[in-house]
Design a protein around this ligand. Structure first.
Ligand SMILES: Cc1ncc(COP(=O)(O)O)c(C=O)c1O
Length: 439
C-alpha cells in the first residue's frame, strides 16, 4: 500500500459520528482518534484472533488489543463457548450464583498468594476498593502511589493527580514515590509517619524490579504499618498467571486484577489477605467497609470467561507463548530499525509479553511527531500498533508481516531524520498524549 493512497473514508465519517454523540469520540480516552495520525484512525468493524477489520474493509495485525485485555486474541473459541453456555442460563440473579464460588475458588487456585477475592467489572473499582480498605484498616488517610506508573483508577484519588484534574477537589491526600528507589520511599513514609494507609504500584512495568526492590518495599510497608498493594492489572496475566507476585515471590497485602482476566469480557478482582478482606464481610465485629458492591460485578458469563481464560492459560502455557512471541517480535523490530539506520530512534522496551516502543527525534528525545510518522507507516502496512503488546493469537506470519511494515516505516523515519524535520510526512497534526489539560 502506498502511504499517499491509504485513506479511511468510512472511518473518518464514523469518527465524526462518534464525536457528535460521545464526548471524546470513544468510551476510553486511550482509544481516542487524537492518539492516531489525522484522518488515519480506523474504526473497528470486528476482530478475530490477532486481526481486526475496520469499517473501510482493511485488515490489520493488531497489538495491545482491547487495551491489553484481549491477550488470547479476539473471539477466542474456549472463552466464547464458556460465555455462550452461561448466557443461555441467565446472567444475573437476586442471589449469588454458584458460579461465584466456583470462580473465586478458581481464581485463588491460580493466584495462591491471595486468600480471598471479590470480583467487579473494571480495574478502577478494584484499585479504589483497595485504597478504601487500606484506609479503613489503618485508620490513616494518605495514599502513596508510584509516580512512574501511568494509571491506577478513574476515581478522584488518582485522576486528581493528573493534568485532567478539572472537577476534582484538591487531592492532597495522595502522595507519590518513585519506582525502584527504596530510600526515597522510606523518606516519604518517615515524613508522613503514621499517615500513609498504603503503597500502591505496579510490581513491574517497563523495567524489571531492581534486585531486592519488591522485598525491600514489603519490609518498608511492614515497618511503617501500611498496606502494600500490587496493581496487577497488566502484569496479572502477562508476567505469569499467578501475577508478578507469583513470579517475583513477594506477597502484597492486597492486589488488583482485570484486563486479561476476562479476555475482553468485563471482570476485575480485588484479592488479598483474609484478615483485611474480611473487613468487607460479615464475620467481624469492627466497622464494616463498603468493599465493592456492584449490580453487574458477578455477571455469570464474565465469571465463566475468567474461568475459561485461566484454564486456557494453564493448559496451553499462554504466558510462555506471549513471552516467546514478544521476543521474536522485539528481535525483528530491532533488526529492521537497525538495518534502516534508525536503531537509536525506534526503541522497543519492556518485558517481552508487554512491549512498548519509543520514537525518538534527532536529539534522542521522545517525539510525538515521529510517533505520528511511525504510526502512519504501520497503519499503511496493515499493522494497528499503539504498542507492541502481543496476544497469543499471533503467529509467525503475523510477526513477519509486522516486521516488514516496521521496516517500511523506518525507511520513511530515516528520510525525515535526514531532512531534520518530520512535518512533511505527518499529513496533519501530531498525535497527542492522553493526559493533557486542554483538548
Ligand atoms: C495498571 C492499571 N491499573 C488500573 C487500571 C484501570 O482499569 P480499568 O480501565 O479497567 O478501570 C488500568 C487501566 O488501564 C491500568 O493499566
Amino acid at each position: 500500500m502506498d502511504t499517499e493512497e491509504f485513506r479511511l473514508p468510512r472511518s473518518r465519517k464514523a469518527n465524526e459520528r462518534l464525536h457528535a454523540l460521545i464526548p471524546g469520540g470513544a468510551h476510553t480516552y486511550a482509544k481516542g482518534d487524537d492518539q492516531y495520525p489525522e484522518n488515519l484512525a480506523p474504526v473497528i468493524s470486528h476482530g478475530r484472533g490477532a486481526h481486526v477489520w475496520d469499517v473501510d474493509g482493511n485488515r490489520y495485525v493488531e497489538y495491545g488489543s482491547g487495551l491489553r485485555s484481549v491477550s488470547l486474541g479476539h473471539a477466542h473459541p474456549r472463552v466464547v463457548e464458556a460465555v455462550r453456555r452461561e448466557i443461555d442460563r441467565g446472567s444475573n440473579f437476586v442471589r449469588p450464583s454458584i458460579l461465584e464460588a466456583e470462580a473465586a475458588e478458581r481464581f485463588l487456585a491460580t493466584v495462591p498468594t491471595a486468600e480471598m477475592v471479590k470480583f467487579a467489572k473494571n480495574g478502577s473499582d478494584a484499585t479504589t476498593a483497595a485504597v478504601r480498605l487500606a484506609r479503613a484498616v489503618t485508620g490513616r488517610t494518605r495514599v502513596a502511589l508510584c509516580a512512574d506508573h501511568p494509571f491506577f483508577s478513574v476515581d478522584d484519588w488518582f485522576i486528581g493527580t493528573t493534568p485532567m484534574s478539572a472537577g476534582i477537589p484538591a487531592t492532597d491526600l495522595t502522595v507519590t514515590f518513585p519506582y525502584g528507589d527504596l530510600p526515597a520511599t522510606e523518606q516519604l513514609l518517615s515524613r508522613h509517619e503514621g499517615e500513609i494507609a498504603c503503597l500502591i504500584l505496579e510490581p513491574a512495568a517497563h523495567t524489571e524490579p531492581p534486585p531486592g526492590y519488591l522485598a525491600g518495599l514489603r519490609a518498608l510497608a511492614d515497618r511503617h504499618g501500611c498496606v502494600l498493594v500490587f496493581d496487577e492489572m497488566i502484569t496479572g496475566f502477562r508476567w505469569s498467571e499467578a501475577g508478578a507476585q507469583g513470579l517475583y515471590g513477594v506477597v502484597p497485602d492486597l492486589s488488583t486484577f482485570g484486563k486479561a482476566l476476562g479476555n475482553g469480557f468485563a471482570v476485575s478482582a480485588l484479592a488479598g489477605r483474609r484478615d483485611l478482606m474480611e473487613r468487607g464481610g460479615l464475620r467481624h465485629s469492627d466497622d464494616r467497609v463498603f468493599l465493592l458492591s456492584t449490580t453487574h460485578g458477578a455477571e455469570t458469563h464474565s465469571l465463566a470467561a475468567a474461568m475459561a481464560v485461566q484454564t486456557t492459560y494453564t493448559e496451553e502455557g499462554v504466558t510462555a507463548r506471549l513471552h516467546a512471541l514478544g521476543e521474536r517480535l522485539a528481535a525483528g523490530v530491532r533488526a529492521a530499525a537497525t538495518a534502516m539506520g534508525v536503531g537509536d530512534h525506534v526503541v522497543v522496551r519492556g518485558r517481552a509479553s508487554n512491549l512498548v516502543f519509543a520514537t525518538l527525534d534527532e536529539n534522542g528525545q521522545p517525539s510525538q511527531e515521529y510517533r505520528t510518522l511511525f504510526l502512519r507507516g504501520l497503519l499503511t502496512g496493515g499493522v494497528l500498533a499503539p504498542s507492541f503488546v502481543v496476544s497469543s493469537a499471533l503467529d509467525d506470519a503475523d510477526i513477519d508481516h509486522t516486521v516488514d511494515a516496521v521496516a517500511q516505516a523506518c525507511a520513511v523515519y530515516r528520510k525525515a531524520l535526514d531532512a531534520g524535520d518530520p512535518t512533511p510526512w505527518l499529513a496533519g497534526r501530531p498525535v497527542k498524549p492522553v493526559f493533557r489539560r486542554r483538548a
